[in-house]
Ligand binder design. Structure first.
Ligand SMILES: [Zn+2]
Ligand SMILES: [Zn+2]
Length: 340
């Protein structure tokens, strides 16, 4: 089968790899229908992490091709959406809803790599969710978004306690930030303030429910947000970048007693303890337990209540993955869908 391999920063190739096969009885083999490139794939691409022949990709939808003897909830032919973290579904951490930190967790990126024609998914029952039937082609981008960016944005909004009467701030206008806007709106937020400098992303943010846009970053962005909120700050802040500047902007944008949901993959973020102490904010985040939300998100997409698939603004065949990475790196695309 063909798969995307990152040999070194900036060096992405589509190459032949051995076909996956069932190893454990809880495995399923899926044939990918669509996959995509993630903002987090840009960290190794730009050399912030050191990739060495890494199997890329962790977002995926597809059709079950084969199941192990212990798989109970899935059948060959089912259309499935999976999380970017493999989870057993039965340990205490999974049962409490924190599947991305399952005691048996495996990150799909690297270990499996779903920018590929096929993939072996361990703990299939705990990781995959079947859709109510075979989806129309028009629903595929939205279902694919549920696999990570929507699930992650949803978790961030939930962790930030977005809801009726709440002012939500979103730091980061990448795909996850935009999905955080959509989630906050679905959860009934009163006002959604997005930090963004890109006209096209501002437009999509408004379509998804943003009421205000802030172009300033860092402490200037905090000052602007305070002006918009009677000097108090947001009740709920979504951090969707993972840098020192964005994390501190998120914490400083949040009023005392408010909550920050942080889902940008942290890169060398250091939070000063004294500032955290006096901020009096709640912090909850990390890799999103997407599996917790998948049944609900799939249903909202199936019923055409939400349309997260608009976040994909470039569609390419898997063979052109290298161009997809370039387009995202150069910000010519927010998120690239790869067809198979
Ligand atoms: Zn991702
Ligand atoms: Zn588990």
């Amino acid at each position: 089968m063909r798969a995307v391999i990152m040999h070194a920063p900036g060096d992405v190739r589509v190459e032949e790899r051995e076909d996956p096969r069932i190893i454990d009885p809880t495995d399923a083999i899926i044939r990918l229908t669509a996959t995509c490139i993630c903002g987090s794939d840009l960290w190794p691409y730009r050399g912030a992490d050191q990739p060495d022949h890494q199997h890329m990709g962790h977002e995926y939808v597809g059709v079950v091709d084969e199941v192990g003897s212990a798989v109970e909830t899935l059948e060959v032919g089912d259309f499935v959406v999976g999380s970017f973290v493999i989870s057993c579904g039965t340990c205490e951490i999974c049962r409490a809803g924190h599947q991305s930190r399952c005691v048996n967790a495996v990150f799909v990126d690297g270990a499996i790599g779903t920018q590929a024609e096929r993939a072996r998914i361990p703990f299939a029952d705990g990781t995959l969710v079947a859709t109510p039937g075979q989806p129309d082609a028009a629903l595929i981008p939205s279902l694919l978004a549920a696999s990570d960016v929507l699930g992650t944005g949803w978790f961030a909004a939930d962790a930030a306690q977005a809801g009726p009467g709440r002012i939500v701030a979103v730091v980061g206008d990448g795909a996850v930030g935009l999905m955080g806007v959509l989630a906050a709106q679905q959860m009934g937020a009163e006002r959604i303030i997005v930090v963004s400098r890109h006209a096209d992303r501002q437009a999509l943010a408004r379509e998804y429910g943003a009421t205000d846009i802030i172009e300033e970053r860092g402490d200037e962005g905090v000052a602007r947000l305070k002006e918009l909120t009677d000097g108090l700050g947001a009740h709920s802040t979504i951090e969707a970048v993972g840098s020192q500047e964005s994390m501190m902007q998120a914490i400083r944008s949040t009023r005392p007693g408010g909550s920050v949901g942080f889902v940008g993959v942290s890169h060398d973020v250091q939070i000063p303890g004294d500032e955290l102490f006096f901020s009096a904010v709640h912090l909850h985040g990390g890799p999103a337990p997407v599996r917790r939300y998948l049944p609900e998100l799939i249903q909202l997409i199936w019923d055409r209540v939400i349309d997260p698939g608009k976040v994909f603004d470039l569609i390419l065949p898997l063979a052109d993955a290298a161009e997809g990475y370039r387009a995202m790196d150069e910000r010519r695309a927010t998120k690239v869908l790869l067809t198979l």
